[in-house]
Design a protein around this ligand. Sequence first.
Ligand code: 4NP
Length: 156
Amino acid sequence: MPEKPAVLFVCLGNICRSPLAEAAFRHACKEAGLDAIADSAGTAAYHVGEPPDPRSIAMAASKGIDIGHYRGRQIVRDDFTRFSHILAMDHSNLLNIESIRPNGASAHVGLLLDVIPARRGQEIGDPYYGGQEGFEIVWNDVAGAGKALVESLLEA
Ligand code: 4NP
């Protein structure tokens, strides 16, 4: 079990949603002075080694955050002990994560939006096949969740 909060954000490709979730959480940690580890991963291997989608890079850049150096990776079994929290963007990702969860894994696994009581059970939808506006919706969701997560970690 990690000594400080260590949060892994997970989507399908690790190029659209989870890099933005990682960036928003890192930003919220900095603002609140919380010392935490953050990373992101995909359940699929399609985009391993690739930078985030240009629309995600543009979305983060519009908030003054550079994510151009992030690189896609696939979730691995070690993540279940390296991270205290593994948070999925949608139910499909959550099922895939649960399906590879090793016995005795210490990480809490759940949906990211569960950190906001009014949004429990809701998904952050895949923006890949839409336009830039979908990435703004994702940003608003992950920014709200990132803040709520920081608050809950500070209370813990
Ligand atoms: P993400 O979006 O899971 O938010 O990174 C997607 C990225 C790539 C694909 C699907 C969703 N794809 O099919 O390649």
